[in-house]
Design a protein around this ligand. Sequence first.
Ligand code: URA
Length: 236
Amino acid sequence: MFLEKMLQSQGFGARKHCQQLIKNGAVEIDGVVVLNPKEKLKIEGLEFQVYGEKYTYREKVYIALNKPKGYECSHQATHHFSVFDLFDDILLNRGIQCVGRLDQDTTGLLLLTDDGQFLQALTHPKKHVPKVYKMMTVDEITDEQVQQLEAGVELRNETGIFAATNVTRLSANELQMTVHQGVYHQVKRMLAAVGNKVESLHRQQIGKFDLENLAEGEWIFLTEEQIQRAKQRDEI
Ligand code: URA
């Protein structure tokens, strides 16, 4: 691939802008400034620098963010920050999108990607990738509520029954459960349907990919193995 095309594919702007970066001597490969925009490159595993900043060539990007409170999953956030404020222009230029949504007041695992197929695979209603949520509730969680959540509840304006699996009371007001769909405000509505109320909500896991100890506001690029884990549809 030509150097100028490679830079463009990685989010460094229009072809003309990339040519200019190269001609300005901003781009280094293996410690050598490359001034030829048409330099032919092997892109596999390619590492390069732009103005001294290190980058790795990625055909597509897969990002796991620990979303903080107060961030919306939309580009034009109205009342809060946008999760896209947490990323630099290089990544934004690639057109990364959220894989599903979290409410502004929900924390935890949010995936972002510029791979449309991956996005489809994880958000398609028929694919049922399980997601693990932890929550604090306003009222103490009763045995009956746990049973109702496992048996399934109806949600207004939605078809079908919404059941959770692995519903586990972690303490009197703290619950963990796995859900298999992804309708609007699903967890909050399920808790309301059994007569309780979510006070705070956190997503811990998608498929078999666990957020582990990523700090709030931090993000990582997923490895191939982590991408496969996030797609896992087996019961978790
Ligand atoms: N369910 C909700 O109610 N809110 C979220 O943010 C995610 C799942």
